[in-house]
Design a binder for this molecule. Structure first.
Ligand code: ZN
Length: 404
């Protein structure tokens, strides 16, 4: 029994010791846990505080000023890859564009963007952007530099502290650097087509006369296969080379019955032409005054004729000409039929800009150009200007007023 008691008491001692140890250990553990938890809490608080401080320091709002309205964009929205962006939705509404079908429309031009893609679509054609577009529920963000290129006539001024956007009165959507192909290899002519010489931008109309002694230089002959064979026709060198590229492509497409029937005219030639028109109007029974007024609608006094610049051509399709019963003045077409019914006309309308040419006297711009609709008269202005005119639907007078 004793022994058992002894045993028991030893056992109890051990047990008690054990319990005490466990208790102490638990106490220590609890203490440690409390300290760790407290430390973590403090640390987390510090971290949160620091993060908040950092964020409040970098959380800049960028203010985009669109006339009377302002738009705020956070840095996260205003910048991507170090490039500053602008919200096309806000810009478009400021420019009076219609937002539709995920894109923006103005003056017959429709432009759209795809999230994450560095191309825009302008009237179905791909236009490169310098960086990808970023689209979310509220914004269509594109780099400011691309917006400047895409919207002609807008001035986007970026200040250090905020972004101020100002715009000119007339805004037109425009895509530069539209990608397209030529029909044949015209690489030998590209230098001329892309010319940005000031000399090719001369404006000659009824308000802007050109001097009697004006002489384009140098003038070169249009190859015989591209002109009416009974006439020697000359053109400004740059325009002539661009014309050759255009004719080469038209011929390659089978539009090979078209030819140039009039190009550069001297002062004297234009004077004679105008006088002949006046006389033929007089022969129809008009007074001299009425005859001059009538001739002025489709021809010009020598100081006002664009043909004296050596930068424009009148096209001609002999087969079409013969079928016409009532064409207008000699060697040309009536205002609304004739050349428009040839294969050449729709092709030229759609493609002449690629060679730097424009339809100079469009049907809907008679009041501005001062000339009747001339579907056959094309003027060389160089690829860049021709591209702008083609895509905006401006006539040359409007282009000059807006951009020069
Ligand atoms: Zn003409």
């Amino acid at each position: 029994m004793k022994q058992e008691n002894k045993k028991n008491s030893s056992y109890n001692k051990i047990r008690n010791n054990l319990y005490a140890n466990v208790e102490r250990h638990e106490l220590t553990e609890r203490k440690t846990f409390s300290i760790v938890a407290l430390s973590a809490l403090v640390l987390a608080s510090i971290l949160l505080f620091v993060a908040a401080m950092i964020e409040s320091g970098s959380k800049k709002e960028y203010i985009y000023v669109f006339g009377d309205t302002e738009q705020e964009l956070s840095e996260k929205l205003a910048f991507s890859d170090g490039v500053q962006y602008i919200d096309m939705s806000a810009l478009a509404s400021f420019c009076g564009m219609d937002s539709m079908d995920g894109g923006f429309a103005i003056n017959g031009t429709f432009i759209s963007f795809t999230d994450g893609k560095s191309t825009a679509k302008v009237n179905g054609l791909d236009v490169s952007l310098s960086k990808k577009a970023i689209i979310n529920e509220k914004h269509v963000l594109i780099p400011i530099e691309d917006a400047k290129k895409l919207i002609f006539g807008i001035d986007i001024d970026v200040s250090v502290e905020k972004t101020v956007i100002t715009a000119t009165e007339n805004i037109y959507m425009i895509a530069k650097n539209v990608e397209f192909d030529y029909v044949t290899d015209v690489s030998a002519y590209l230098g001329y087509i892309n010319s940005d010489s000031d000399s090719i931008l001369i404006l000659a109309n009824k308000k802007n006369g050109i001097a009697e002694d004006f002489a384009p230089s140098p003038l070169v002959e249009i190859p015989e296969k591209y002109r009416r064979t009974d006439r020697v026709l000359k053109l400004d060198l740059i325009a002539e080379k661009a014309l050759e590229a255009m004719m080469q492509d038209m011929f390659a497409l089978g539009i090979d019955d078209v030819c140039v029937q009039s190009a550069y005219r001297t002062y004297a030639e234009q004077q004679n032409l105008f006088n002949n028109y006046v006389n033929s109007e007089i022969n129809k029974g008009l007074s001299r005054e009425e005859a001059i007024a009538n001739a002025n609608k489709y021809s010009a006094r020598p100081e006002h004729s664009e043909h004296r610049t050596g930068l424009c051509v009148d096209f001609f399709v002999p087969s079409c000409m013969l079928e016409l019963e009532n064409y207008g003045h000699e060697g040309s077409y009536p205002n609304d039929v004739g050349f428009t019914e040839t294969d050449a006309f729709p092709w030229l309308l759609e493609n002449c800009w690629k060679y730097g040419f424009i339809l100079r006297y469009p049907e809907d711009k008679v009041d501005i150009t001062g000339y009747s609709y001339e579907s056959w008269h094309y003027r060389f202005v160089g690829l860049e200007v021709a591209s702008i005119i083609h895509q905006t639907g401006l006539c040359y007078e409007e282009y000059i007023e807006l951009f020069n």
